[in-house]
Design a protein around this ligand. Sequence first.
Ligand SMILES: Nc1ncnc2c1ncn2[C@@H]1O[C@H](COP(=O)(O)OP(=O)(O)OP(=O)(O)O)[C@@H](O)[C@H]1O
Ligand SMILES: [Mg+2]
Length: 251
Amino acid sequence: MKKFLVENLSVRYSDDNESLRSINMEIEANAITVLFGPAGGGKSTFLRVLNRLNDLADVKEMKGQVLFNGVNILDPNLDVIDLRRKIGMVFSRPVPLPLSIYENVAYGLRMAGERSKAKLDDAVEKALRLSVLWDEVYDRLDASGYAISGGQQQRLCLARVLALEPEVIMLDEPTSALDPVSTSKIESLLIELKEKYTIILAPHNVQQAARVADDAAFFLMGELIEFSSGKEMFMTPKDKRTQDYVMGRFG
Ligand SMILES: Nc1ncnc2c1ncn2[C@@H]1O[C@H](COP(=O)(O)OP(=O)(O)OP(=O)(O)O)[C@@H](O)[C@H]1O
Ligand SMILES: [Mg+2]
């Protein structure tokens, strides 16, 4: 099933530079789609479009259409809060809230008006189990969200997103601040989570892209140069520019 259908999407922050140029892409449900390519290619801009975070940046012009479950999410009348609940986002540096581990995970549900202690307890445990953090923190849920390692903090941020039962999880270089062991934990976790969620990842390097991609999109200076299965992209890329980047000749 297609989760997103992106048609002729163009974004510019200023007159002289188009940050995304007429992007067409289909994003599959229950798969990991990676967006990769050199700095400034438009990966983060693309992710921000999908949950309307660009509303908060100074985008000058946005054209085209993005259908999410068949609904155009660029429609100015769209309920953005509802959209962001369905499409969770994890950023590159884990930023726990200055609250306990428990409250970090319960935060979104409390904001949404949930008051029942039993329901919150259940949701917190479920999200921490899904993010494979439960076994490491169940006996200190009242400790500060900062009192755990960087890798654990990133899984805590993921648990905060999962607690809201989203349909899509987007991650923008989620392991760029992590050591190899934590990185590998997050990667295996994403591979498990794709059974239930649609995952869109801007990986922190080509190796990570190749390890996890079901589908891969190569972005270069605002253009989508190539889109294919991960296997094709990293074994037999078609475009010369993709080949050069994948082989490590530039970037
Ligand atoms: N808030 C902003 N205001 C103005 N220009 C921006 C803004 N965000 C991004 N840009 C520009 O848009 C282009 C794409 O940037 P973007 O951050 O989407 O690239 P990226 O592929 O995520 O890069 P990186 O690998 O460094 O994270 C760049 O030219 C960048 O300078
Ligand atoms: Mg980026």
